[in-house]
Design a protein around this ligand. Structure first.
Ligand code: SAM
Length: 313
């Protein structure tokens, strides 16, 4: 199940299921004692999607013994990833709130997955939120919320298309105005694109951005794509595949790497070279800022990523 050029997916398979994994992290955070963020819709998506490995975050108290045997730090890793997901969600929530406070009324959420910001943030009147993701992912999200009577709090426009295709044309056809400043986000997306597709993505964002636009990105550093980091991830994945096989989850056991493990231009450097002013904060610093430092004895519990804020004057 390795990636291929024109691959597509439903919500519960391949790259689509990663959106459920993130939703599970947000649901667990929302249900926790001192949540950094609140996303009441995350749990709805999980219930609608049925049972799957993505629900593991919600069951950290009853983890299968096989997992603890294969990785004694499994619970700490889940705790670290929950802090990561919560901090990342807060970073993008604050980005959109701040962009709106600065007068931006047009937002584009790239690879929206089960991001429910159009339904849960306090958007000023006149705000339009465009969401791009694969058709079945957006269908699942919209249908789930609609069936439960949840309405968006801004004008919502879904743009169902693969980000490797001509999404700028689809976005314009859906009503996007390239002469108005835009707030863009790319959260949980870049490693699912090749290095080349990542460059094309930022070229297109830049072409569509009027002065005053902003972009927020979860960028993966070249440390993340280094041979050492890749080997660590593969070893980890192999252990989980073994556990999945023991638990009778052949689908997970057979799953390949969904990421394109290729070094790529650092996003802050790319943006700076193309007219943007950009700053980045490392994941470690972002978590520390939110009081979510890595559990004791774990130094590789979160991805080596950088959260980028870019502005075009
Ligand atoms: N941004 C959301 C969040 O943080 O909750 C979802 C992140 S999830 C890890 C990855 C998402 O990227 C999935 O919803 C997947 O469908 C989407 N995605 C990945 N590659 C894509 C592509 N080429 N075209 C459209 N969507 C893509």
């Amino acid at each position: 199940m390795a990636r291929t050029e024109g691959d597509s997916w439903d919500i519960n398979e391949s790259v689509g299921a990663t959106a459920l994994g993130v939703a599970a992290g947000r649901a667990a955070e929302t249900n926790s004692e001192n949540p950094l963020i609140r996303d009441p819709y995350a749990q709805m998506f999980l219930e609608a999607a049925g049972d799957g490995l993505w629900n593991m975050y919600l069951r950290s108290e009853e983890l299968p013994a096989e997992l603890a045997e294969l990785d004694p730090h499994f619970k700490e890793r889940m705790q670290a990833m929950m802090g990561y997901t919560a901090s990342r969600t807060l970073f993008f929530d604050e980005f959109f709130t701040d962009a709106a406070a600065g007068g931006i009324r047009q937002s584009v959420i790239l690879a929206a997955g089960l991001d429910a910001r159009a339904w849960r943030l306090d958007w000023p009147a006149g705000s339009v939120v465009y969401e791009i993701d694969q058709p079945k992912v957006l269908d699942f999200k919209f249908a789930t919320l609609e069936a439960r009577g949840v309405s968006p709090l801004a004008t919502y426009v879904g743009v169902p298309i693969d980000l490797r295709n001509d999404w700028p044309a689809a976005l314009r056809a859906a009503g996007f105005d390239p002469t108005a400043p835009t707030a863009w986000s790319a959260e949980g997306l870049l490693p699912y694109l090749t290095a080349e597709a990542q460059d094309v993505l930022f070229e297109r964002i830049t072409e569509l951005s009027a002065p005053g636009s902003r972009v927020a990105v979860e960028a993966f550093s070249n440390e993340f794509f280094s041979a050492e980091s890749f080997a660590r991830r593969e070893e980890q994945m192999q252990r989980y595949r073994e556990a999945a096989a023991k638990l009778g989850r052949e689908d997970v056991a057979a799953s390949g790497n969904l990421l394109y493990e290729e070094e790529r231009t650092e996003v802050v450097d790319w943006l700076e070279a193309h007219g943007w002013q950009a700053t980045g904060v490392s994941a470690v610093d972002l978590l520390a800022r939110n009081g979510r430092s890595m559990p004791e004895g774990l130094d590789d519990g979160i991805p080596e990523s950088v959260f980028v804020d870019g502005r075009l004057s």
